[in-house]
Design a protein around this ligand. Structure first.
Ligand code: FAD
Length: 430
């Protein structure tokens, strides 16, 4: 029976292990930090839930917010409600859940650090802190910054990463009282490839910022995050440091356009999955779903006796989408749309047009792919123009009928949200 060694027991490694072990392969997972809180937002979109329904059924603690706030670099805001909630897990909880499933399926777990591996004849010799192991097939699932990748494939360049920095902010009463434990907030900045986020979890929030490596030095990221956390009310100005919560920092895979053409995902007797392969969305940084799915596709290829087909399975399933994302990221964060930064326009349109909010909702849940986005934006923009015109006309009528003072419009020009979650239909406008 084929012996499969999986280095890394995160979402990619654990999912590959579960699928391969369930089908009868002899699987060993090497994980050096079982139960760690891997720096992450922990957000899972609907496409993950649709493919892996156990994530939603799980009795393990997780948050399921529907309310979203987007803020532009100018302080304008759009608030809307998702048709389907995001699932947000602490990564210690999620990783433990996925590893338990792998063990229940028959995989073996060795809690140790893999130091090295090399080919010996037709097998792999794996050196770990716990000793030597042999395997027929080696899966590297050791995350974005593992130096082990260099043994089988070219190392990533700095520009293939986003830097992240953040805090796990304890959910104190004043945050709950203001409903911050039920809202996902995203802050864009003008001409900056990255964003700040606040993701609520059951007992704390992941509040962080990411930026393309080389875009901003770390002190600049800290400053932007501090402004975001204070202005959005996650931190109180004079609160003690403990209220800001423990710090995290890590890298996020965000491959550039050229990288996708020559990405090496597999070779003789080995494969890369998840972040170790760079399989994350270059626009949003979403990686958990792609890690799990790549693990699953690799297991399918192994079980079919055709591991060489794995790169093709990735390309057909979601690789094309991520490659398009690499192109889009540049335009999204640096490009202009109708004379404004694209991210600023996005927030302005979302604040004024239900059709545009539906488009965003579909993008977030994964039912709108990057291919076909251009056509959808064009069609949506036409509808948005009609909606904004009708709204303007209604306001003008009301102003004329009730002789309202023009000061009532000043909020709109500063971007006061017109799209609000109202507990009714998704993304409805009140
Ligand atoms: C700050 C931040 C926020 C993010 N937010 C989100 C989000 O909200 N939603 C989302 O979908 N994605 C998010 N991501 C991306 C997501 O975290 C990754 O895409 C995902 O964790 C990739 O899973 P993986 O299994 O490939 O790697 P990892 O989760 O990194 O797992 C790799 C595992 O390998 C182990 N390992 C490494 N080296 C060795 C070794 N030598 N020996 C033994 N074990 C080893 C590690 O301990 C680790 O457990 C975020 C990333 C960052 C940095």
């Amino acid at each position: 029976m084929m012996r499969v060694a999986i280095v890394g027991g995160g979402p990619a490694g654990a999912t590959a292990a579960e699928k391969a072990a369930r089908a009868g392969l002899r699987v060993t997972v090497f994980e050096e930090r079982c139960g760690w809180e891997k720096p992450c937002g922990g957000g899972l979109t609907y496409k993950a839930l649709a493919r892996y329904p156990f994530l939603g059924d799980s009795a393990q603690p997780h948050a399921a917010p529907r309310r979203v706030e987007f803020a532009s670099g100018r302080g304008e805001e759009a608030r809307f409600r998702l048709a389907r909630p995001l699932l947000i897990y602490s990564r210690a909880v999620l990783n433990a859940l996925l590893l338990r499933r792998a063990l229940a399926a028959g995989a073996e777990l060795v809690e140790t650090r893999v130091l090295d591996f090399r080919r010996e004849g037709s097998a792999w010799r794996i050196e770990s802190k716990a000793g030597r192991y042999d395997a027929d097939f080696l899966v590297l699932a050791a995350g974005a910054r593992s130096r082990l990748r260099g043994i089988v494939a070219p190392s990533f360049a700095a520009r293939d990463f986003m830097l992240t920095f953040g805090h796990y902010v304890p959910l104190h009463e004043s945050l709950r009282a203001r409903g911050r434990d039920r809202v996902v907030r995203v802050q864009f900045f003008e001409d900056f490839e990255g964003y700040a986020w606040a993701f609520p979890r059951p007992d704390h929030l992941s509040v962080g910022i990411c930026a393309k490596a080389g875009e901003s030095p770390m002190p600049e990221l800290r400053r932007r995050l501090e402004n975001f956390a204070l202005r959005s009310g996650y931190w109180r100005p004079a609160a003690p440091a403990s209220e800001r919560g423990p710090v995290f920092s890590h890298v996020l895979a965000a491959l550039g356009v050229g990288r996708w053409k020559d990405a090496r995902l597999a070779g003789r007797g080995w494969a890369l999955v998840g972040d170790a392969a760079g399989l994350a969305d270059p626009v949003t940084g979403e990686g958990i779903y792609f890690a799990m799915r790549s693990g699953e596709l690799l297991a399918e290829a192994l079980l079919a006796g055709a591991p060489h087909r794995y790169p093709e399975l990735i390309r057909l399933d979601f690789g094309g989408q991520l490659a398009l994302g690499a192109r889009l990221a540049e335009r999204f964060y640096h490009g202009q749309f109708l004379g404004e930064f694209a991210t600023t326009r996005l927030v302005q349109l979302a604040a004024r047009s239900p059709s545009f909010v539906r488009l965003l909702d579909n993008l977030i849940e994964g039912s709108q792919s990057y291919g076909g986005l251009r056509a959808r934006v064009g069609a949506t923009f036409a509808r948005a123009a009609v909606e904004i015109g009708a709204r303007w006309a209604r306001r003008a009528c009301r102003t004329w009928l009730f002789r309202r003072a023009p000061s009532s419009r000043s909020g709109e020009s500063r971007g006061t949200p017109l799209a609000r979650e109202d507990g009714g239909q998704p993304a409805s406008i009140t």
